[in-house]
Write a protein that binds this ligand. Structure first.
Ligand code: SF4
Length: 144
């Protein structure tokens, strides 16, 4: 069956920052994400994990690696804008085209993002490429 987004979906970022700030959330990371961040901030891979990351329990008993948040729930890399924008994690780069958000027309239309459904038309191929990239770069996971 053809995906409901095969003819594309509209999205233009409104720069509201709500996906990076204000609310508790998770920014899950692949190994490549950690490597890129380490290069960007000139730290060792292990120091990024130790200083900027937390392990978040997921269903099934495993934990996945996520960025930390500040006490006000802003992303640890937020400071009047994303301070690692060029090297931001895949989850940020592919927003709002995630498995969970384009799972169905209903999940897409219920997305609380003022830019979703408006602005630039992103092709079905572009959306598929976002989903494929996530599959190719899985989130780091461990059994505690
Ligand atoms: S890494 Fe940058 S784009 Fe991603 S949530 Fe943090 S501040 Fe936002």
């Amino acid at each position: 069956m053809e995906a409901f987004y095969s003819r594309g979906l509209r999205f233009s970022c409104r720069r509201c920052s709500d996906c990076c700030r204000h609310e508790p959330g998770v920014v899950f990371l692949s190994g490549n994400d950690v490597r890129l961040l380490a290069e960007e901030v000139k730290m060792k891979y292990t120091d990024i994990v130790e200083n900027y990351c937390r392990w978040v329990p997921v269903p099934g008993g495993d934990e996945q690696l996520s960025l930390k948040e500040k006490s006000n729930f802003d992303c640890i890399f937020w400071d009047r804008g994303c301070t690692v924008y060029k090297s931001r994690p895949l989850q940020c780069r592919t927003f709002p085209f995630w498995e969970s958000t384009v799972f169905s027309r209903q999940t897409w239309e219920s997305l609380a993002c003022p830019g979703a459904g408006k602005g630039e038309l992103r092709s079905g191929d572009y959306i598929t490429a976002c989903l494929e990239q996530r599959k190719a770069e899985p989130v780091l996971q461990r059994r505690p």
